[in-house]
Design a protein around this ligand. Structure first.
Ligand SMILES: Cc1ncc(COP(=O)(O)O)c(C=O)c1O
Length: 387
């Protein structure tokens, strides 16, 4: 049997992982221009070498939550391991009922998945089976768009506005007879920026009369008042809007793989008539998600700690003369004044995992918010490496 070279396997996985994160150029960030993106070539996500996780002092490359999972989740999971001989359908339904109550919709409006990535991809599979096009911001999170492209769809990227919001007017104008879905990531990855919620609501109401609007709210819960920014209320009012959420971020359960969408029951059925929904879910993760939803104190704490790390890094990096895009998420991005691969390699050698994007031919550093101790390591290493 051919042995897989572990280093090259990890390396190629990292490239794939990184590749879905960022879209092409962000000339709007540099030039203040907005409108359609001129090219649709993915900008490079640089990965100097596979990370040696055991040597990593600060793991700040994948927007993970350093505080999770909550002790109550760990307890629930430990207690559920002995039930591993049973399918998790009952627990899936319990979780669906809890989510439905929280979001003010019926259980038929909810679909669970092993992470929201799974649901982003499934929506892309069913919507783009016959091609068409997908409209989204540029740059944005590329998972759904890449699957759509793999299905034969065309991507219609629309540059962010100079203040890094979605250019909603330009996105609405980009919708044509071939558009099968509009994807909005709010707050947006990789920019960490937010789009005004009342303007986004108006956009969703209008555009969803023509095509479904998919709103990815993976980082919503890091906002102080998440409900007021969510588009989920539009689903309960009958609009053709699909909202995605994940337990990977504020709940600190990225490796446990649970996410969900809230959508019109017909949209959910368009997937579940083709693939099964709860079959891909692990009983331990379901029990963990149920426990996490009940642990509001933990979530609140994560939000506070994340904001403190964000303020610290923002202050420190800004004082060094760098322009950080104001972040509403658990990561932030800023342009660096050093060769991208060299910077990445030097940071990795210091034991700091970050992402470097080559955006519009300029290197940008995206750093996830870790513990305060990790952020201090990041700032110290950054100063050493860049001076
Ligand atoms: C905007 C956005 N959406 C979705 C995901 C997918 O998360 P998961 O599959 O872990 O739920 C991520 C992960 O980083 C993300 O940044």
């Amino acid at each position: 049997m051919k042995t897989i070279n572990r280093r090259s396997w990890i390396k190629s996985s990292l490239f794939t992982l990184g590749g879905i994160v960022v879209a092409p150029s962000i000339p709007s960030l540099a030039s203040g221009k907005s409108g359609f993106a001129s090219k649709s070539v993915l900008s490079e996500v640089l990965s100097a070498s596979p990370f040696n996780e055991s040597r990593m002092l600060a793991r700040l490359n994948a927007n993970e939550n350093p505080y999770g999972p909550s002790p109550k989740v760990i307890q629930a999971i430990s207690e559920s391991i002995s039930m591993g001989n049973r399918y998790g359908h009952r627990d899936a339904f319990t979780l669906i009922e809890m989510i439905a109550e929280k979001e003010g919709v019926s259980p038929e409006h909810i679909m669970l998945g092993p992470g929201s990535s799974d649901l982003l991809e499934k929506i892309a599979f069913v919507r783009f089976m016959e091609g068409g096009n997908v409209v989204s911001a540029d740059p944005s999170y590329m998972s759904l768009i890449q699957t759509a492209q793999a299905m034969g769809a065309t991507w219609k990227p629309v540059l962010l506005t100079p203040d890094h919001s979605h250019d909603l007017d330009a996105m609405a104008s980009a919708v044509d007879g071939e558009t099968k879905l509009v994807y909005v990531c709010n707050p947006n990855n990789p920019t960490g920026s937010i789009t005004n919620s009342s303007e986004l609501k108006d956009f969703c109401k209008t555009v969803s009369t023509k095509v479904p609007v998919f709103v990815d709210e993976a980082y919503l819960e890091f906002l102080d008042n998440p409900e007021s920014h969510s588009m989920v209320g539009l689903v309960s009012k009958g609009h053709d809007v699909i909202v995605a959420r994940t337990f990977s971020k504020i709940h600190g359960m990225a490796g446990l793989r649970i996410g969900y969408i809230v959508a019109q029951p017909d949209r959910i059925k368009s997937i579940t008539t083709k693939v099964r929904s709860t079959m891909g879910l692990c009983v331990t993760s379901l029990k963990g998600a149920i426990a996490s939803m009940k642990d509001q104190e933990f979530l609140k704490n994560c939000r506070t700690l994340n904001a403190a790390s964000r303020e610290f890094v923002s202050r420190e990096i800004t004082s060094l003369g760098y322009d950080i895009i104001p972040s509403y998420t658990s990561f932030m991005i800023f342009p660096i004044a050093m060769d991208g691969p060299k910077f990445l390699k030097a940071m990795n050698e210091k034991g700091v995992g970050i992402r470097v994007f080559n955006i519009h031919d300029k290197p940008w550093c995206r750093v996830s918010m870790g513990t305060m101790e990790e952020m201090e390591i990041f700032v110290d290493s950054f100063k050493t490496v860049t001076t």
